[in-house]
Write a protein that binds this ligand. Structure first.
Ligand SMILES: Cc1ncc(COP(=O)(O)O)c(C=O)c1O
Length: 369
């Protein structure tokens, strides 16, 4: 087997994967319409439902796309033509939901919050109450990855139901990285992708949907490739994707799910949180400040304010660390310069310790600290 160099990706996904996930893609060529492949696909679908704790109430629609495709599929498949969606926007991905709706002329009411600031549940409730007759859905980001902010999943979903509204949750960078239970948290539609906390390869998005609500979308005809119900029905009936799937990415996702189940959700969440603690305590010791108040951190990614030092240069810092096997990520929030470090993927507390050795070397070398 070819040796694969191990890089530590501290960007917000695609995340570091295991060699076994990488190697799972090397399979005999197979026509994806073969039953063998169909059964593997169904097993992936069913395990994703289990990971979300949606057995018996929810199903899962698999799509060939990056995460944005899943969000686009969901927004365009479930909102009736004569209704509006209330979109919470406290970062770039909330804004992207608004942009998708604009592209399809889906009417939306926006709750715009300064990026990185938390939702005011009182304001949200007022908006729901005032507009409940024209709204059908509330859509928001669970972990707003541009800033590392966690929006309160269960509170927002339960609130939406109190006003008779369905909810759409982009859990791209939180699914399989923290405790989400679609029944307990009252989630109707939850979107994620194969290359973040589930630790597979990029190319598959999925929507975990409450079955009865998905079935209700039949009259909505706004899209074609991304129609959730059509994709769901076809796979269910034929054990085949409606369109050509990314075959090898699916094998990798199967392996990634096996590894998630072997590690156990609780252990994965703890591994991620342990790394977050090491990361934030080291950053604080070095004098860095965070963009988001710590009490709203998702603990999966940290947005750090650029230091106001004349020697600070993100590109130079990135290149120094990249040469040493660590990938860091830029970020700009309005006029505020930040850089981002995530702690997802098949990485360990020791990797974060090792990162800080190199990071400190760099900061000392450039006389930044
Ligand atoms: C919360 C969230 N939503 C949507 C996306 C978009 O996903 P993609 O870049 O895979 O289309 C991302 C990507 O990081 C994300 O973090």
């Amino acid at each position: 087997m070819k040796e694969v160099k191990r890089n530590i990706l501290l960007n917000p996904g695609p995340a570091t994967t295991t060699d076994t996930v990488k190697m799972a893609m090397v399979v005999p060529d197979i026509c994806p319409r073969e039953l063998e492949f169909g059964e593997m696909t169904i097993s992936v679908r069913d395990d994703l439902i289990k990971i979300a704790h949606g057995e018996g109430t929810h199903t899962c629609v698999l799509l060939t796309s990056s995460g944005t495709g899943g969000v686009e599929a969901c927004l365009t498949s479930v909102i009736p033509d004569d209704k509006k969606v209330l979109i919470i926007n406290n970062g770039a991905y909330g804004k992207r939901m608004q942009e998708i709706c604009n592209a399809y002329k889906i009417q939306h009411i926006d709750y715009n919050i300064e990026p990185g600031n938390p939702v005011d549940l009182g304001v949200l409730e007022d908006l729901m109450r005032a507009n409940k007759d024209v709204l059908s859905h509330v859509a928001f980001i669970h972990h707003e990855t541009t800033v590392g902010l966690l929006n309160p999943l269960a509170e927002i979903c339960k609130l939406s139901h109190r006003y008779g509204l369905e909810n759409i949750v982009d859990a791209m960078s939180s699914f399989a990285g923290m405790d989400i239970n679609v029944k307990r948290d009252e989630v109707d539609f939850l979107i994620s992708s194969s290359n973040k906390c589930i630790q597979g390869m990029a190319g598959i998005s999925f929507v975990i949907a409450k079955m009865e609500l998905l079935e209700k979308t039949k009259p909505i005809k706004r899209n074609f490739y991304f129609n959730l119900l059509e994709n769901y029905n076809y796979l269910n009936k034929n054990k085949q994707f409606l369109f050509t799937p990314p075959v090898q990415t699916l094998y990798a996702l199967r392996q990634a799910i096996n590894e998630y189940l072997a590690e156990g959700g609780e252990n994965r969440f703890k591994r991620y949180e342990d790394m977050y603690k090491i990361m934030t305590s080291n950053l604080e010791k070095l004098g860095f400040k965070f963009l988001v108040d710590k009490k709203h951190h998702a603990k999966l990614l940290t947005a750090i304010l650029d230091p106001a030092h004349p020697n600070y240069n993100f590109e130079d810092m990135h290149d120094y660390l990249y040469e040493r096997g660590f990938t860091i990520y830029p970020g700009k929030v309005g006029n505020i310069g930040t850089f981002r470090l995530s702690n997802i993927g098949q990485i360990y507390p020791q990797d974060i310790e090792d990162f800080f050795v190199e990071f400190k070397n760099y900061l000392n070398d450039r006389k930044i600290v």
